[in-house]
Write a protein of this length. Sequence first.
Length: 370
Amino acid sequence: MTTKRRFTLTQYLIQERRRFPDASGDFNALMLDVALATKAIARSVSFGELGGMLGNPFSEVAEVEDVSTTVNVQGEEQKKLDVISNEYFMRVTEWGGHLAGMASEEMDDPYQIPESYQRGKYLLVFDPLDGSSNIDVNVTVGSIFSILRAPQDVIDSGRDVVEADFLQPGREQVAAGYVLYGPTTMLVLTVGNGVDGFTLDPNLGQFMLTHPDLKVPENTQEFAINASNARFWEQPIKRYVDECLAGKTGPREKDFNMRWIASMVAEAHRILMRGGVFMYPRDTKDPSKPGRLRLLYEANPVGYIIEQAGGRASTGREPMLDVQPEKLHQRIGLVFGSKNEVERIERYHREPQEQRDINPLFAERSLFRD
């Protein structure tokens, strides 16, 4: 009986690099640094309230024990582990000479690589701990990251990065991934050649390739949405959800299940494993925000992963990866998952909206009523 060999992340990256004979190896080294940061976060998350969550192999990072939390640029209260996770990403990746700069949900402005370190040709954007509101109830959280090429003048001059350097459409991503801190720690990664999943072996301390060539099924009977916002949804979303809830007796002629974890990494992983559609659409709850999720370090990396796995990611009106970013912390509506369902939602947005009768007795009714 033969045992199938499992590649480590390092071996996988070497194999991918062989597709590009002139590659310098900087990308591989950066990815291994990112993986190392997420291992430290995984260890911190696993300790929870035991008081040992700050223990780590990096003395410089250990000094963040006395971090102060505040409200971040998103207007969200930072949890202690948000700040610590952000420090892991920064301290582990800044010194290697592979980055020109980085940006994070937890930092107002781009982070400059210290002058004492060599600067490289890549930009790193990340949400260090997505779904951190779930930490207190021991529900799965994760990290999301995206790697971009720095503009050539940044590489040539070594100048400090500015916000405009990061404002690249999602299709310009070199790589994207997320790490899921659940019953097992998993890294899901695309380098533009499909999507592969790695599981952290706690005995070896290595990410091992366990889920090669992941694919999102084109059809599904599951959807994920925060139904408490139903009164703020635009009509195409209401129509889609109502049709799903109508089940076999409705126009879809099949029953659907609804899921909601409140951690986009966990939602994306479930969809990647078995299909589904996730919706955090633009709504009218806060007219000043054209969506809830952040384009550069949430929607774009997840969109890239999903499309590389054969799914689709959209604003509802256009492909997510075609959106030209305008701000570092720009918010946007996001729909992603099984291709046929996302395309249906896009079609509903394109179709002329039916005018409701001014008499409420004869108005179109929604299962999620206004």
